[in-house]
Design a protein around this ligand. Structure first.
Ligand code: NAD
Ligand code: IPM
Ligand code: MN
Length: 356
């Protein structure tokens, strides 16, 4: 029996709405395994910024370091530039806690229709490994002569052998455990002739250590086309920070909705807490309407429990979500239903508790 200490940052927009349902599901799941969760909620985000001029208190990373894991809703507000809000909360967490592996599964559930024609349940089943601490998000650069005709902006990508190798190796290690044993690496090394050529070199070298794994290397423009033309062929996918970001909105929608896409930001060394959050953002267009799909946040909580070693609790959530989607009309409008966020959360919690 364990007691997990989890930090919760609901954040902005639909973030708090979906996070609340994820907490209910996680509580119901650990109750079945005899464990419990001590939640500590932090009111950080753009409302905090309006009141205090910053997204979180100066010592917020030290505060978060004390927890076993973090659950986050979303960050982003239409009235503040995104680079300010995101660089004040989410991105420093990923960097400070060296969460180099961003894991983003996309699975076509029974009962969910893909916008692509004639895709049977389970036919799309991919796991994207997104590099999460460097690459195009390294935050290296500057701006001079701002606002003048001579305005200059420099934004530098940073690719290191260590950074490439640890995400590529993580992808191969996972692929070994999956039945199809494939890894696709996605770059743009025909145009990005330094950093992404280093990535390709590392991919080739690591692949040699895994002869049982079938590999392919795709340019990102071709890859987005293949995600639509032959999504079934992808198993494990590994990509840079920016490409992994873009590809996972695409992988989310081809399995039905942004509202189903979960993600984990992991420090594989476990020296620091990892962060679990849906792939989607704060969705200002539906904020406050009570219709956000909470399943992406709920499935992110399942990834958190898995990471904490409570595989049974994680499995209970997966089973409940699978059953809800295949057997019930209780679903939010993004999946063609009429249900509210709260109703979906209640239905999932009830299915978990009943042990269905
Ligand atoms: P978004 O993911 O917030 O929304 C994209 C579309 O998907 C919208 O139509 C939205 O209504 C829909 N959608 C998203 N999540 C949904 C859910 N759970 N249920 C039903 N529909 C859902 O992307 P955006 O509009 O590009 O970004 C909005 C804000 O969120 C921006 O400020 C952006 O920077 C931020 N953002 C934050 C994160 C994060 O915190 N991890 C991720 C992505 C975007
Ligand atoms: C995501 C988001 C973030 C990212 C933004 C909000 C900085 O889009 O987690 O997918 O690009 O990493
Ligand atoms: Mn994104």
């Amino acid at each position: 029996m364990s007691q997990y200490r989890i930090a919760v940052i609901g954040g902005d927009g639909i973030g708090p709405e979906v996070t609340h349902q994820a907490m209910r599901a996680a509580d119901a799941a650990v109750a079945r395994t005899g464990s419990s969760i001590g939640w500590t909620e932090f009111p950080w985000g753009t409302d905090y910024y309006f009141a205090h001029g910053r997204m979180a208190p100066p010592e917020f990373l030290d505060e978060l370091a004390k927890f076993d894991a973090m659950l986050l809703g979303a960050v982003g507000h239409p009235q503040v530039q995104d680079h300010i809000t995101l660089n004040g909360l989410l991105l420093p967490i990923r960097r400070r806690f060296d969460q180099c592996v961003c894991l983003r599964p996309a699975y076509l559930y029974a009962g969910v229709e893909s916008p692509l024609r004639n895709k049977p349940a389970g036919s799309i089943d991919m796991l994207v490994f997104r590099e999460n601490t460097e690459g195009e998000y390294a935050n290296v650069g500057g701006r001079v002569y701002q606002g003048s005709d001579h305005d200059v902006a420099i934004q530098t990508s940073v690719f290191t052998r260590r950074g490439c190798e640890r995400i590529i190796r993580a992808a191969f290690e996972k692929a070994v455990t999956r039945p199809r044993k494939r890894v696709a690496s996605i770059t743009k090394s025909n145009a990005q002739g330094y950093g992404m050529v280093l990535w390709d070199d590392v991919f080739t070298a690591v692949a040699k250590e895994y002869p049982q794994i079938e590999t392919e290397s795709l340019l990102v423009d071709r890859a987005v086309m293949e995600f639509v033309r032959r999504p079934e062929s992808f198993d494990v996918v590994v990509a840079s920070n920016l490409f992994g970001d873009i590809l996972t909105d695409l992988s989310a929608i081809i399995v039905g909705s942004m509202g189903l896409a979960a993600s984990a930001n992991i420090d594989p060394t476990r020296q620091h807490p990892s962060l679990f959050e849906p792939v989607h953002g704060s969705a200002p267009d539906i904020t406050g309407k009570g219709i956000a799909n909470p399943l992406a946040a709920i499935l992110s909580a399942a990834m958190m429990l898995d990471h904490l070693g409570d595989a049974k609790a994680a499995q209970a959530i997966h089973q409940a979500v699978g059953q809800l989607l295949s057997d019930s009309k209780t679903r939010t409008p993004d999946l063609g239903g009429m249900a509210k966020t709260e109703e979906v959360g209640s239905a999932v919690a009830a299915l978990i508790s009943s042990g269905a």
